[in-house]
Design a protein around this ligand. Sequence first.
Ligand code: NAD
Ligand code: DAU
Length: 329
Amino acid sequence: MLVTGGAGFIGANFVRRMVPRRPDIDVTVVDSLNYAASRANLAPVEDRIEFAHGSIADAGLADRLVKDADIVVNFAAESHNDHSLADPRPFLESNVIGIWNLLEAARKHRTRLHHVSTDEVFGELSLDDPGRFDEQARYNPSSPYSATKASADLLVRAWARSFGVEATISNCSNNYGPLQHVEKFIPRQITNILLGVKPKLYGTGRNVRDWIHVDDHNAAVEAIIDRGRAGETYLIGAECEAANLTIVQTLLTIMGKPGDWFDFVPDRPGHDLRYAIDPSKIRGELGWRPRYRNLEEGLEATVAWYSGHRAAWEGAKAAAERRYEAIGR
Ligand code: NAD
Ligand code: DAU
C-alpha cells in the first residue's frame, strides 16, 4: 500500500492505524515534508514502514512508487484555506498535478486508488438550510484550496470512467484530534488558551462546521478500501455540526476560562458559511459508524492531548502565528 501525505495529520493517523491492524500489508509512505508534516507523526510505526521523501508532483517518482503498489491511498495535499488565498500555486502543484500523476501511473500499472477529499468541494450551505451534502451534491467550491480539491475529484472520476482506473473517492467533513497542525481552528484555539492568548474567531463566529474525530474518518477510509465499490464516492461525517463560537465557548469551559474570553478578528475572504454531511450512504452500504458521537467528549480528549504534548506543537506554533499576523488574523 502506498500512502501519500502519510506524514501529515490524517495520513499519519491512517498509517498508525493500519500498520498494527493489518500486518499482511507492506506500507510505503511518500511525503514531501512540507511545513505541516512531521516524521515524528510516524514514530510509533517508523521501523515497520518504508518512507520516501518526495513530491507526487514529480511524475517519475509517482510512477516508480505506484508501480510497486497494489493500492494507493492519496492524502497528500496542501490543506489550509488561508494559505491558498495567499499563495495558490503549491495547491495546484500538489492537489491537481499530484493526483494527475498518480492517476496516470495507476492507469499504466492497473493500480487501485482511493482519493481522500473534502466536503468543501460542494461550497457552502446557508445557516438556515435544513439540507446537508450527499453524494448528489453539486460541485461549487469557493476557495483556491477547495477548487483544487474539486479539480482532483473530477480528474479521478474521469480516469475511472474513461480509462477504467479502479478508483474510489471520499469527501469528509472537518477533522479534529491529536497531532493536527496548530494552524487549524481547534488546535489553534486550544494552544492559544494554554499560552494565555485569547482564541480568535473569524467574522461573526456563526460559521458552522461538521466535526469528526480523525480516528472515525480513517475507520471510514479503511471500510471503503475493504468494501467500497470501484467508481463510487462516499461522504463521511459524524453529524456533529457546531458554530465556531460554540466550539470556542466549549473549549473555554473545558479549560476553565470565562465564556467571553475571545477576540473577533477580520473574516476570511469568501468564508463558507456552513458545511454538513449526510452520511447515509456509507452507513447503509458499508456499515460504518463513528465512535465519537459527542463533540464535547472529543474536545475534552483533544484538550488533554495538547496539554500533555507541548513538545509536539510548540515549535510550529510561533511560525503559524507569524503567518496569521501577516494576514491580520
Ligand atoms: P496536512 O496538511 O496535515 O497533511 C498533508 C500532508 O501531505 C503533509 O504531510 C504534506 O507534507 C503532504 N504533501 C503535501 N503536498 C505533497 C506532495 N506534493 N507530495 C507528497 N506529499 C505532499 O493535511 P491533513 O489535514 O492531514 O489532510 C490530509 C488530506 O485530507 C488532504 O487531502 C485534505 O484535503 C483531506 N481532508 C482534510 C480534512 C481536514 O479537516 N483536515 C477534511 C477532509 C479532507
Ligand atoms: O471541511 C473539511 C476541511 O476542513 C478540510 O478540507 C481542510 O483541509 C481543513 O483545513 C478544514 O477547512 P476549514 O477552512 O473549515 O478549517 P479551519 O480549521 O481553517 O477553520 C475552521 C473554521 O474556523 C472556519 O469556519 C474558519 C474558522 N476559524 C479558523 C481559524 C484558524 C476561526 O474562526 N478562527 C481561526 O483562528
